[in-house]
Design a protein around this ligand. Structure first.
Ligand code: ADP
Length: 471
């Protein structure tokens, strides 16, 4: 089969979170399974762009209302990622350093999607499936079916994967002129709550909808930032497929970012050396359990609760543990976490910013990974931490619920708590401290987690079955 993925992120080209990891890995494993897989994404000005060789494969022009633009599609020449990678360049719109966060994001991503569909329409043949990811590519199924210019694409099956339904790409109807002329009778297929809603449009128009875990799919019917009724109505075409993790990138035996590589048999020495490096770098106490948080400092991840959680843990449980935070996001949370450095007694530190290398070292050197997320579609961090023998301490929600088994259950290895509240999280931290003092239990949980199969193998099979069902 020939499958084309359309996404705003793809690791290592450009990544802001889990979407990038998934689009960097799933296509690689689909290709390995014998399917011709292509990824197309915007051409941001990233290091990956300047460090690789490219060839121009297509040039075209289109318009965003009365703004006419030229676009160029380039292809990476040496297949360095294990699949065909295409970038869309639109001068003035996509040639930026960051992925998101510009005032004209609506224009940028709509122009990107128009360019992709325009290019597809120029192909001499048709792909078997167009697979779009999140709202940045969510208008594509609509355009393929209802824009007069692209009618020849109407029969190609489409799949949308929802990595995060919080962000939907809402636009006022004044922006409807951005779209190429479309069948006005189908206006409803763009709309949700009197706005153009690209994510809702993808759910309505795509042949199949997938979410990145089963529990998240269940939750979306009751909490999905306004789309609850739509998920309920479209439940027949929705399916949950849990993400895997890329074993070539996330492997403590070969990880080039960590101090000492280790496997199951060398886990104790290996983790101790990586922990020692982290403690030395951040002025932490090697003898206490190390709790880390890695992620976007936003409400979804309950990052706003971290300062109170850390303060209350020290106060109520005692200064029996270290905390190390890596992340960036809401400025108030960043400021609070930075401010807490001055209160550290050699047991707290934070790094505000994005640092891929440090994240690997933290997964390797930490004892516990804290994820109190209010919403967690799948969550990759807990899976990386399990792969590196770090015990996940997570809220019982979404993909966290599907991947972490509480130590109190048969064959359990992690710690689950129910509420994103300071009290519940601190109770989890207390349980973790107790677990840490039981060395035998702690060490066997570490080893057990490292044996769990978190690879892409099973998930890739499920995607292939899904694609086949669309033929
Ligand atoms: P989300 O996509 O909602 O942000 P996920 O758990 O699915 O959450 O994926 C997060 C990914 O981003 C992981 O690979 C994590 O290691 C990485 N990440 C998040 N914040 C940072 C950061 N500040 N520095 C390095 N990596 C980060």
């Amino acid at each position: 089969m020939e499958i084309i993925h359309v996404s705003a992120e793809c690791y290592p080209v450009a990544k802001a979170g889990g979407l990038g990891d998934v689009v960097g890995a799933l296509p690689k494993y689909l290709q390995e399974a014998g399917h011709q897989t292509k990824v197309v994404m915007p051409m941001y000005r990233t290091k990956f762009l300047s460090n690789n060789e490219w060839e121009v494969v297509h040039k075209g022009s289109s318009n965003l209302g009365d703004y006419f633009f030229d676009y160029t599609i380039i292809k990476e020449k040496n297949n360095v990622l294990g699949f065909d990678l295409y970038l869309v360049d639109i001068y003035g719109l996509l040639d930026r350093e960051k992925i998101y966060g510009y005032d004209d994001d609506a224009q940028r991503f709509t122009a990107f999607q128009i360019a992709v569909v325009d290019w597809l329409a120029a192909w001499m043949h048709q792909p078997d499936v167009v697979h779009v990811h999140d709202y940045h590519a969510g208008l594509i199924p609509f355009m393929m079916q209802y824009c007069y210019r692209y009618k020849q694409l109407a029969n190609i099956p489409t799949v949308v994967t929802i990595h995060n339904a919080q962000y939907q790409g809402w636009m006022g109807w004044d922006k409807s002129t951005f779209l190429p002329p479309y069948d006005e009778w189908k206006r409803g297929m763009l709309e949700w709550n009197n706005k153009i809603n690209p994510l809702a449009s993808a759910i309505k128009c795509a042949s199949k909808v997938t979410t990145v875990s089963n529990s998240y799919l269940d939750e979306l019917r009751s909490i999905s930032n306004g789309l609850e009724a739509l998920f309920e109505y479209e439940r027949g075409k929705c399916v949950g497929i849990l993400n895997g993790i890329d074993y070539e990138v996330w492997n403590p035996v070969t990880d080039k970012y960590i101090k000492d590589d280790y496997g199951i048999d060398t886990i104790e020495e290996g983790k101790a050396k990586n922990k020692a490096l982290l403690c030395e770098t951040f002025g932490l106490d090697l003898n206490k359990p190390l709790f880390v948080f890695i992620g976007r400092l936003v409400g979804e991840k309950a990052a706003d609760l971290l300062p109170a959680v850390i303060g209350d843990s020290f106060y109520n449980i005692g200064r029996r543990m270290n905390f190390l935070i890596l992340g960036s996001g809401e400025p108030e949370v960043e400021a609070q976490l930075n401010g807490m450095n001055s209160l550290s007694q050699g047991d707290y530190s934070c790094y505000i910013g994005y640092n891929e290398a440090l994240s690997h070292l933290m997964y390797a050197g930490a004892d516990f990974l804290l994820m109190p997320s209010r919403v967690e579609p799948c969550g990759l961090n807990q899976m990386y931490s399990m792969r590196y023998g770090t015990v996940p301490l997570v809220r019982n929600t979404g993909g966290l619920r599907d991947t972490v088994k509480d130590i109190g259950e048969k064959e359990g290895y992690g710690i689950l708590f129910n509420d994103a509240s300071v009290g519940d999280i601190c109770h989890g931290i207390w349980r973790a401290c107790e677990m840490y003092t039981n060395k035998k239990l702690f060490q066997s949980a570490r080893k057990q987690m490292m044996k769990i199969d978190l690879s892409w193998e099973n998930s890739v099979k499920r995607y292939i079955d899904l694609y086949k069902s669309l033929k």
